[in-house]
Write a protein that binds this ligand. Structure first.
Ligand code: NAP
Length: 259
């Protein structure tokens, strides 16, 4: 089914809702913002570079989506605060937060990874998500929803992604623990994507041998799409998932993960 045919079947589950997605000017984050917006949400997108933010906002608006963009490097406290302040000034509340930003600055083995890189992995992939939520949660009404974007590598360590994978395992634990603390007012869930061709994953997906090997690990014998990750995220963020909290949904075409 083509992208356009799929979109004809979208509902309007986020009418009147406000959704904030970090690292959302391209790739999976952009697809999530687009999906939530096409289903009626007013979206706030962000990333490190003003030019990327401006271009992504224009793309969303061209699709009829209500969108604002704010520069936010997730590790920068002032920029995180500004992101939430601007969102509240514009929309007055936040119903959905999707914490999507992550880095993988090293392909070293865990014991060869420098301390500064270990700190950066923790800081960007885990700590900044928590700090952003400290600012956001006071503005999230009862019935709101938080989604962390983890990775298949949280469950299945892969060469060149091992320590990154450990930070993604931490997000699975954070999902469970925060769901306990936020209940019953706010649901907290997590999406663990398999391999999706994006800039982030290009060092894997543009090498044909590696790509074929990854496809071979999936039951569906292909890589995923950003739209498929967005669809799963939208489900968990919506009232269709109103009895689901503390869970991680693996969206990987059936890669080995867990029972
Ligand atoms: P991507 O296509 O490369 O997009 C990355 C986005 O993040 C860009 O909009 C970039 O814009 C922004 N960004 C980068 N560093 C940032 C920072 N420190 N603060 C704020 N924004 C930042 O990446 P992706 O593949 O969609 O990855 C998104 C998420 O999916 C990540 O959490 C990743 O771990 C996860 N994931 C991806 C895959 C995959 O195969 N692609 C698989 C599993 C999980 P600027 O350059 O303007 O900042």
């Amino acid at each position: 089914m083509s992208k356009m045919e799929r979109e004809k079947n979208f509902g309007r589950r986020f009418e009147g809702k406000v959704a904030l997605v970090t690292a959302s000017t391209q790739g999976i984050g952009f697809a999530i913002a687009e999906r939530l917006g096409l289903e009626g949400a007013s979206v706030i997108i962000s990333s490190r570079k003003q030019k990327n933010v401006d271009e992504a906002v224009e793309q969303l608006k061209a699709r009829g989506i209500k969108a604002i963009g704010v520069v936010c490097h997730v590790s920068n406290a002032q920029q995180r605060k500004n992101l939430i302040d601007r969102s509240i000034q514009r929309y007055g509340k936040i119903d959905v937060v999707v914490s999507n930003a992550a880095v993988n600055p090293s392909v070293e083995t865990i014991l060869e990874t420098e301390e500064a890189i270990l700190d950066k992995l923790w800081e960007t992939n885990v700590k900044s998500s928590i700090l952003l939520l400290k600012d956001a949660v006071p503005h999230m009404p009862k019935g709101s929803s938080i989604i962390f974007i983890s990775s298949m590598s949280a469950f299945l360590p892969q060469p060149s992604l091992t320590m990154y994978g450990v930070t993604k395992t931490a997000l699975v634990g954070l999902t469970k623990a925060l769901a306990l603390e936020m209940a019953p007012d706010i649901r907290v869930n997590c999406v663990a994507p398999g391999t999706v061709p994006t800039h982030f994953a290009s060092y894997l997906t543009t090498n044909n041998d590696v790509k074929v090997a990854i496809e071979g690990l999936t039951l569906l014998k292909r890589l995923g799409t950003t739209e498929e990750i967005a669809a799963a995220t939208a489900f968990l963020a919506s009232d269709d998932a109103s009895y689901i909290t503390g869970e991680t949904l693996v969206v990987s075409g059936g890669m080995p993960s867990r029972l």
